[in-house]
Design a protein around this ligand. Structure first.
Ligand code: NAG
Ligand code: NAG
Ligand code: NAG
Ligand code: NAG
Length: 418
């Protein structure tokens, strides 16, 4: 495709520019004073930068109410973090159902109101795949469904690589390419949320998958250390092979040693390369200030807002059957019959499974979880929303099966009449 060639040319150009930008400049001989002066002004610059960032964050946080985007109308405190054990069932289908019933919200569930597919302005499905959430499996499913429903699945030609934060021009190019695709195309790319409206382009159908954020991070940790991943990668880019200590350090040890790749500090910004700690980033966008501070409130709120307003479906393999049912009903053009297709063979294959992943001690997992509160909250939000979409489809069936629901409805109608 000529669009792709054009694009990969642009990417190459960008790589060259980046290489130039980050090239090491050899130290010229300078006087001690000059270096000291430089150091002071750098510190000052960093201080100003941090200050500016903080005040901008504050400014933006005010604009968003904390409970505005809570799938069940709960604040994060009720549903995330260490409470998860006790309250875990609120995030299961049954738990969500019980909760919605106890608050009467169940009767207001409305599939049409939870349907963002109808807001799409082009017949293109944009899957900005989060790495390590089972995206290969999901793409395989779409490829098979595409044969039946007559659509193509295009993977980003960027070799499956992950696209970092894009500048305006980069966002614009990518959006142009997506909008230029034929009707009935799935475009899959590891890229953060893109706002088509901002570039005055028609919006696609947004879809994505999520996974428990801590499991995801661990999975990533072992994935990049698997020889069949790093060997070809390094060959391609002519880099040296990693040292054995890097390859053989277990996640537990990495966390306990406080190594940089295994530390999860609230508010820390994105590293230049290889930083895949934030699942929320894929739902927030490309703004460094708003979207990258780790485990922070603003990125969480923006990510939730986008899921609620933009995404047709955000599923998870942890609730496979509901995800498939919701996809079928809310995006039938692409997913009609998805369950049958999936269970006719795909469910037996586990792509990208990594046998090197060992068992990680619970105390280490708990330690890490304590720093992922907002990432966990986001994941729970997505699960709750998925359950709501599912329950909205089943409301009539539920009425038949659950007498207390019928009673609730009657009581409600009486209350309205009185
Ligand atoms: C997308 O951009 C438009 C136009 O700039 C803006 O009004 C809208 O809030 C943005 N949407 C999201 C989800 O960020
Ligand atoms: C969790 O956050 C605390 C507070 O910022 C920090 O001291 C600790 O090292 C972090 N733990 C991990 C595993 O990153
Ligand atoms: C999901 O659906 C499949 C196929 O209909 C069924 O065999 C399986 O038991 C279901 N799983 C759960 C957890 O309900
Ligand atoms: C959602 O909207 C799409 C597009 O209009 C439609 O095909 C689908 O049937 C709708 N699904 C539900 C559950 O409302």
């Amino acid at each position: 495709m000529s669009v792709n060639t054009d694009r990969s040319y642009k990417m190459k150009l960008r790589d060259v520019e980046n290489a130039f930008k980050y090239r090491r400049i050899p130290y010229p001989k300078r006087s001690v004073e000059l270096i000291a002066l430089l150091a002071i002004s750098c510190t000052f610059f960093l201080f100003m930068h941090t200050n500016k960032l903080n005040s901008r964050l504050k400014e933006m946080e005010v604009k968003l109410q904390p409970s505005e985007f809570s799938a069940l109308g709960l604040t994060g405190n009720h549903i995330s973090g260490h409470d998860a054990g006790k309250h875990d069932d609120i995030n299961t289908l049954h738990g969500t159902y019980q909760y919605l019933k106890s608050t009467g919200q169940i009767l207001q569930l409305n599939a049409n109101a939870l349907n963002n597919t109808k807001n799409a302005e082009i017949d293109v499905l944009f899957y900005n795949r989060v790495p390590k959430t089972g995206s290969i499996q999901f793409i395989e499913l779409m490829k098979q469904l595409g044969k039946v429903h007559d659509y193509d699945v295009e993977k980003d030609p960027q070799n499956g690589g992950i696209i970092p934060l894009l500048e305006t021009a980069g966002e614009n190019d990518l959006i142009d390419n997506i909008v230029g695709l034929e009707d009935g195309t799935v475009f899959a790319s590891h890229v953060n949320y893109l706002n088509f409206t901002k570039y005055e382009q028609p919006r696609p159908i947004y879809v994505n998958m999520v996974r428990d954020p801590v499991e995801r991070v661990i999975s990533w940790y072992y994935y990049i250390r698997a020889p069949w991943v790093f060997v070809p990668g390094r060959r391609r880019s002519n880099r040296e092979m990693p040292n054995p200590a890097w390859v053989n350090t277990e996640f537990d040890q990495c966390v306990l040693n406080g190594e940089k790749v295994c530390s999860y500090i609230e508010g820390s910004l994105l590293e230049r390369v290889g930083d895949h700690r934030r699942q929320t980033l894929f739902f927030c966008g490309h703004n460094e200030f708003k979207c990258t501070p780790f485990n922070s409130r603003l990125p969480l709120q923006l990510a939730k807002q986008n899921v609620e307003r933009e995404y047709a479906v955000v599923g998870t393999w942890e609730h496979t059957n509901e995800t498939l049912a919701v996809l079928e009903a809310y995006i039938p053009r692409y997913f009609a019959d998805a369950s049958r297709m999936y269970y006719s063979g795909l469910h037996m294959e586990k792509s990208n499974d990594n046998p090197m992943k060992p068992h990680i001690r619970q105390e280490i997992i708990d330690m890490v979880r304590r720093n992922f509160t907002r990432e966990i909250e986001f994941y729970q939000f997505c699960r709750q929303r998925l359950h709501k979409q599912y329950l909205a489809l089943k409301l009539n069936d539920l009425m038949r099966m659950d007498d207390s629901l019928v009673n609730l409805k009657q009581a409600n109608e009486l209350a309205i009449r009185d």
